[in-house]
Design a protein around this ligand. Structure first.
Ligand code: AMP
Ligand code: MG
Length: 486
């Protein structure tokens, strides 16, 4: 175990120099108090959870003090936002504090979001509000616990520093951890500014630090692109299988590592709705739930375009064409697990699509359906779930085919239940749950957000006494419009 003040830094990105990032010191927030901490994220830095009790903890994560080996930098990037190219984005309110090397030799970027203005703040105040910081924290740790690749979050720090959004709110900071903060937009920036030497330098950095095996390939940058395509195909399959809507899939919010990144107005589906739009500002539904698949491919094409000075365009195109089949194969695997099937059958895709259509037509709760399906033997579970559907004829036909399909894998119900419960979370970060704990935290009560975080970090466990967190949203919590403002 390490003590908080004794972390080992090795700031590889900072060493790339001023063309890639600018040195900026965090601007502290007033009267810092620790809202919530993730012990699992602390473990990534070899920190004992008790370190969070120390005075210096709140000071460090509210920008009042720094490790002597930290080198806070704001990164430059650009990207496509809602389909249009924005030539200059960058860390407008977050700083890469440095890279910590843990005892296992893993590198973790420490990124302090809400740390004040930088050269990339444009018109913004460089701040993050408490509500968005809590949302990012909860989602990061919950997605990780679900097995969905994600950036991580160590803690949220609240303050008395006022911030103006639609109304007056207070500034907060979230400490994000990721093995890299390089986004598709980093490559786009150097491509569109025609700085191809720097583009290559960025590529070499990413290869050395994150994809060392690609370096051995005959075409390292092509191998790197393939890796990014593969990882994102898997990531999007997880999102679609678990009903996660990101909300702002701009290319500057897409990670080179294929992790869920830059949480904004995200949502997990309550009722299944393939057309669900979680971002209040997304008028055309560009980032609707079902569009996430083609949009991911679109973003990968934008990354491929940025790599054209390094790789032949036909090779990039051929690699990009792997995305859809890879996605489809991961998605089917995940859905088979969710439905309790061990084998694969040519008819599985059609059976899954029929189920989704039935759920859509009857506004069935997406997460609870799968959990309940595994609770008892198919006959009993289906008889209970039938009550949630309006097209009973359609449901009965599907249920009969499901039973027949499930018999192919013929194992006993105890095994099936264990297997299905390990794939189907009982607890999901529903927007209404986040909303409730945010309202309490805004009143200075942090117990609810801490409890919700603890429950959501074991989403597959039964957790007796906490069943209320598994409930469908009440009427007020069904269609919460989450704005982009954060
Ligand atoms: P996001 O929508 O959070 O992904 O942010 C898009 C861009 O706007 C990024 O370059 C952010 O750093 C920047 N940004 C967002 N909010 C602020 C803010 N309050 N102050 C300065 N820059 C911001
Ligand atoms: Mg962003």
């Amino acid at each position: 175990m390490k003590s908080l003040t004794d972390l080992t830094f090795d700031n590889r990105f900072a060493r790339l120099g001023d063309a890639f990032s600018t040195q900026v010191l965090p601007e502290p927030i007033a009267e810092p108090r620790v809202v919530v901490v993730s012990p699992a994220a602390m473990a990534l830095l070899d920190l004992d959870p008790s370190e969070a009790e120390s005075e210096v903890f709140a000071q460090l994560f509210a920008g009042h003090t720094l490790w002597s080996d930290a080198e806070p930098r704001a990164m430059v990037y650009s990207g496509h936002q809602f389909g249009g190219y924005n030539p200059r984005l960058g860390d407008g309110r977050g700083l890469l504090l440095g890279e910590v090397v843990n005892q296992a030799g893993e590198y973790w970027d420490l990124h302090l979001k809400g740390a004040g203005q930088t050269p990339y703040s444009r018109m913004g105040d460089g701040r993050a509000v408490l509500r968005s910081s809590i949302r990012e924290f909860l989602a990061s740790e919950h997605l990780h616990a679900l097995g969905i690749p994600s950036s991580r979050a160590l803690c949220v720090t609240a303050s008395s520093t006022p911030v103006w959004r639609e109304k007056q709110e207070s500034a907060a900071m979230v400490l994000r951890l990721a093995q890299s903060h390089v986004r598709f937009g980093h490559f786009e920036y150097f491509y569109y500014t025609q700085q191809h030497d720097l583009l290559k330098q960025l590529g070499e950095h990413v290869l050395s630090c994150h994809f060392p095996s690609c370096k051995e390939q005959p075409q390292p940058y092509l191998a790197m692109f393939r890796e990014v395509v593969e990882r994102n195909a898997e990531l999007i399959a997880y999102w679609q299988a678990y009903g996660f809507c990101h909300g702002v899939m701009n290319s500057d919010n897409m990670s080179i590592l294929g992790i869920t990144f830059d949480y904004g107005p995200y949502a997990f589906l309550d009722d299944f709705d393939s057309k669900h739009i979680c971002n209040h500002s997304d008028d055309t539904g560009r980032y609707s739930f079902s569009n996430q698949v083609p949009i991911a491919q679109w973003n990968l094409a934008a990354l491929g375009q940025a790599l054209t000075p390094l790789v032949e365009v036909d090779a990039l195109r051929a690699t990009l064409s792997l995305f859809l089949p890879l996605y489809q194969s991961h998605y089917l695997d995940l859905m088979r697990r969710r439905l309790g099937w061990l084998s694969s059958d040519a008819g599985d895709d059609a059976l899954i699509q029929r189920l989704l259509q039935l759920m859509q037509d009857s506004a069935v709760d997406y997460s609870n359906f799968f959990r309940e399906l595994g609770d008892s033997a198919p006959e009993q579970s289906l008889a209970r779930l039938r009550e949630d559907f309006t097209d009973l004829q359609g449901f009965d036909a599907w249920a009969s085919d499901y039973r027949a399909r499930s018999r192919q894998d013929g194992d006993d119900q105890q095994q099936r239940r264990t297997r299905m419960h390990a794939a189907n979370p009982k607890y999901i970060l529903r927007n209404y749950l986040a909303q409730q704990v945010i309202e309490a935290a805004e009143q200075g009560d942090y117990a609810p957000v801490r409890e919700l975080h603890a429950v959501l970090s074991r989403p597959f466990d039964e957790q007796p006494g906490f069943e209320r967190y598994a409930q469908r949203p009440p009427e007020w919590g069904k269609h919460l419009a989450i704005s982009c403002s954060s």
